[in-house]
Design a protein around this ligand. Structure first.
Ligand code: SI3
Length: 292
């Protein structure tokens, strides 16, 4: 079974003024982060504003990322949509683009039973034949998985891992210990170091698009047993994350990329463009992170 290890940016979706995908800026973000040592990309996720994109835009995005990456590292595509049939269609399209694995948020809006959600994942895995990574993000999806439910899902041969966008490190630790042949991804960048300490080996996160180098170095320091440096780097990253969260994480990430010289446009409306005072805060956070 494939081993996933390292830092995976949950990549933003650069757009132009008509809210169409800007593939040139996408390539710039990908090249910058590959140069910083990332292991792959998570595309069409929350950070990618997937639920604000049209279906054909999501496929265009996945195709473009696979073409730019061109086999140099992994590509994981979130194909989750509102219905099983539509998710399978998106999974098959992602498979044709050449992704390494697919991932799916649980179906939301209607309050499905756990039996329906479990079957949703089994149907996607069986119909697509692709390795599936569960996307556990209770705060946004409104679906809270219990540890036993995740273990039951992970027992399926086609389900190869779970992305834990939750602060529940007790659950993450239990999954790492119980499901040894599965990949447990950390999903909150601000707790990468504690997640590594409970045995996690890979992390998917939105802020890696702007500071992958910090987190690649953090993991290296942890692996080398240099806890002082690992803590220092987590603290550095968290300083930036605090500012991003205060402003609004996804628009703020695009704002930082603009300050770093890659114009990815705004987020899709109803997200609002940043204000001059937001850019001032981001400039200061960048100086605190990398120096002036
Ligand atoms: O699908 C995705 O785009 C992600 O992987 C999102 C990722 O888990 C982020 N979660 C949310 C809710 O934004 C984190 O990277 C998060 O932005 C970061 O830890 C700051 O809280």
């Amino acid at each position: 079974m494939k081993q996933f290890e390292g830092i995976y940016p949950a990549i933003i979706t650069p757009i132009d003024e008509d809210e169409e995908i800007n593939e040139k800026a996408l390539a710039q973000v990908i090249e910058k982060t590959i140069g910083q040592g990332v292991s792959g990309f998570y595309v069409s996720g929350s950070t990618g504003e997937s639920f604000l994109l049209r279906d054909e835009q999501r496929v265009q995005l996945i195709k473009a990322v696979c073409a730019i990456v061109d086999g140099r590292c992994d590509v994981i595509a979130n194909i989750g949509t509102f219905s099983t049939r539509a998710s399978i269609k998106m999974a098959n399209a992602a498979a044709e683009c050449g992704v390494t694995a697919i991932s799916a948020v649980p179906p939301f809006y209607f309050s499905y039973s756990k039996r329906e959600i479990v079957q949703y994942y089994f149907d996607i895995a069986e119909a697509s034949g692709m390795p599936v990574i569960l996307y556990n993000i209770p705060k946004m999806s409104g679906v809270s998985f219990g540890t036993e439910e995740l273990v039951e899902l992970l027992a399926h041969d086609g389900i190869v891992g779970v992305k834990q966008t939750t602060m529940d490190l007790m659950q993450t630790e239990a999954l790492v210990r119980t499901c040894r042949d599965k990949a447990v991804f950390n999903g909150h960048d601000e707790i990468l170091l504690p997640a590594l300490s409970v045995g996690v080996r890979a992390s998917i996160g939105s802020t890696f698009s702007i500071m992958a180098d910090v987190f690649v170095q953090l993991k290296k320091a942890f692996d080398a047993g240099d806890m002082e440096r690992a803590r220092y780097l987590q603290g550095k990253g968290n300083g930036m994350i605090r500012t991003l969260l205060e402003i609004g994480i996804f628009p703020a990430i695009k704002g930082v990329l603009k300050l770093q010289g890659i114009d990815c446009g705004n987020c899709i409306k109803p997200f609002q463009p940043l204000r001059p005072e937001d850019y001032q805060k981001l400039e200061k956070a960048l100086v605190d992170l990398y120096g002036g």
